[in-house]
Design a protein around this ligand. Structure first.
Ligand code: ADP
Length: 601
């Protein structure tokens, strides 16, 4: 697993410094971006507002011009008409029918020519002579209309809603009046009514509110926008021009919203540009810083790796020399072990030899002592001519000699090499033969035999007679071990197998094997039996025989089904699957006496 090295202190410091610098730079750039975008936004707003103002002034002068054009056309009319001889002639003699007819015709004609709403003559008695009769006497009684002509001024009056006019048109009216004089004497006044719808029609084309207000600030004229947007006019840019001859003010309003939008969008645009620029600057800065940190880190890593390698090398060379020391020590220990082993082998050889000498001297001394005493007895008896008794002693001596011969033969068996080659042997037949040999002894000792032959014909690699000898030996030992068994001595002979092996079990309910004894029972001359009862060679020879067969002889306590508490011996042999084909005729002598335990009673 790769180890992640923590950055060293200088690298960590540089990293922290870089982080602080990046944060400071980012804050400064952010602040600068904000300021720049605010300034640009304000500038945009101001420039656009100036543009709007310029436009407002231009529009105002245009609308003023339109206003003046309309009024200037009508203002001189009363003065012009009042000098007409028809007017003077009529006022001088109003009752003359010709004058009246001429006046009506003239008024009609003037109205038609000027496109005025009405032209009205007012005499000194306040009688009205109108071309169209759209104005009421009350409306014409405006003080300025009456007084100004007397004083030689132009009279003016504004009518927002002429009462009779509804029938003709819904339009406000402006009235001009001028005095009619004859050689300086005042005869009456001529009033021209000007319909203002034409002015409002001109203003209706304007895309912004335009209106006129009187001295009290009341709206007098205006386009429809000036009416519909009246509540929000205060928040709009206003441009005004005084109309002194009318005591009015012409007002024009433009929306500042486009300027606000310009301010906002230019501010946002500036902010976006600043953010992009800041990002680029930050990126370049952190990239250069990162490169520096990277090189710092690489240098630091190289130094630490170098240190680490040096330390590891030192540790390795230390452990290497430690290892060399240990190898040396191990060699020495092995040498000592070998010496000790050799000593042990020597000791165990000596021990076996000692044991063997003890057993043999015991086995040989007893019959020899007996023979010696029988010889002494025989000499004495023969000297007394007691031939029968002497003969009896000689027969006993022969028995002793035979016993010595048997022991000697047994020893020869132990030492001899196998004479026969291995063959394929039927297990059930070998067991049957062995049990036949032992049947007499089993009966004599009162031992019950539980024989469980295999459920099929099994073949093993063995020598038939020697295998018999082993089984006979194991059964013979079991008989001896079960002598004191309660309620009755029992030996079980059973067989188990698999594809490669056949196991023969000899179990009993006897004394069992002491744990201290188990490790030694296969040693030659090891016996727990008394003098004359055993040589301690049976299991040792059996072990050698089974080993020669390529099998294994092992000992333990308790049968596999735990029903027998005594010793359990297992003879494991190599199984020959199709043994019938290769079965050899019996090459060994067909009867196996208990050659392994020759000294058994
Ligand atoms: P021997 O029978 O002459 O003593 P063996 O080699 O046949 O020699 O047996 C060695 C020892 O193993 C015996 O002395 C006995 O203590 C022990 N032994 C063998 N078979 C049994 C058995 N079935 N039950 C208890 N002990 C046994």
């Amino acid at each position: 697993m790769p180890t992640t090295l923590k950055p060293s202190e200088p690298v960590q410091d540089a990293l922290n410094r870089m982080r602080r610098q990046v944060v400071a730079l980012a804050s400064a750039l952010g602040l600068a971006s904000l300021v720049v975008s605010l300034v640009v936004g304000a500038l945009g707003l101001r420039l656009h507002m100036a543009e709007i103002d310029r436009n407002g002034q231009v529009q105002l002068s245009l609308q003023l011009e339109a206003f003046k054009r309309v009024f200037d056309r009508y203002r001189p009319l009363p003065a012009l008409f009042s000098e007409h001889p028809t007017m003077i002639a009529f006022l001088r003699d109003p009752d003359q029918p010709g004058n009246r007819a001429e006046l009506e015709r003239r008024l009609e004609r003037l109205t038609g020519l000027t496109a005025a709403l009405d032209v009205v003559l007012v005499d000194q008695k306040q009688r009205l002579f109108s071309s169209r009769d759209v104005l009421t006497p009350k409306e014409l009684s405006h003080p300025d209309l009456q007084n100004a002509p007397r004083q030689g001024r132009l009279g003016r009056a504004y009518l927002a809603k002429p009462s009779r006019l509804e029938a003709l048109a819904q339009e406000p009216v402006y009235l001009f009046s001028h005095g009619i004089r004859d050689h300086g004497s005042y005869l009456g006044a001529l009033v021209v009514a000007l319909g203002l719808s034409q002015l409002e029609q001109i203003w209706a084309l304007a895309p912004y509110p335009v209106r006129t207000v009187d001295l009290g600030g009341e709206r007098t004229l205006g386009n429809s926008l000036s009416l519909s947007l009246e509540p929000s006019l205060a928040s709009m840019r206003s441009y005004a021009s005084e109309l002194p001859q009318f005591d009015w003010q012409l007002q024009l309003f433009l929306s500042p919203t486009p300027a606000h939008w310009t301010g906002l969008t230019s501010g946002l645009l500036a902010l976006a540009v600043c953010v992009l620029l800041s990002g680029a600057i930050l990126w370049i800065f952190s990239r250069s810083q990162r490169a520096t940190i990277q090189s710092l880190r690489a240098r630091d890593l190289a130094q630490r790796l170098d240190r680490l390698v040096r330390q590891r090398t030192k540790e390795l060379s230390q452990s290497n020399s430690q290892l060399e020391r240990e190898v040396e020590e191990r060699k020495q220990t092995e040498e000592e072990l070998r010496t000790a082993q050799a000593g042990l082998v020597q000791t165990s050889k000596l021990a076996a030899l000692g044991q063997m000498s003890a057993v043999l001297s015991h086995e040989f001394n007893q019959p020899l002592a007996a023979i010696s005493s029988y010889v002494d007895n025989a000499i004495v008896l023969l000297e007394r001519d007691d031939l029968d008794a002497g003969l009896d002693n000689l027969e006993r001596m022969r028995d002793m000699v035979q016993r010595l011969a048997a022991i000697s033969k047994h020893l020869r068996n132990f030492a001899r090499k196998p004479r026969e080659s291995l063959s394929t042997v039927p297990v059930a037949a070998v067991l049957g033969d062995a049990l036949e040999i032992m049947s007499g002894r089993l009966k004599a000792e009162g031992v019950r035999l539980d024989f469980r032959p295999p459920d099929q014909v099994l073949w093993v690699q063995a020598g038939q007679i020697r295998l018999q000898q082993v089984i006979v030996n194991l059964v013979s030992n079991a008989i001896q071990a079960t002598r004191a068994a309660k309620p009755e001595p029992l030996i079980r002979l059973s067989v188990a197998y698999d594809d490669s092996h056949v196991d023969i079990y000899v179990a009993d309910n006897g004394t069992g094997l002491d744990p201290n004894v188990i490790t030694k029972i296969f040693d030659p001359f090891f016996t727990t039996k008394g003098v004359g009862e055993g040589l301690g060679l049976g299991l040792s020879i059996s072990y050698g025989i089974i080993d020669e067969f390529g099998g294994k002889l092992s000992a333990g306590n308790g049968a596999p089904d735990s029903s027998l508490p005594g010793a359990l011996f297992r003879v494991q042999l190599v199984r020959i699957i199709d043994g019938a084909k290769s079965e050899n005729p019996r090459s060994e002598s067909t009867t196996a006496t208990n050659q392994l335990n020759e000294s058994d009673p």
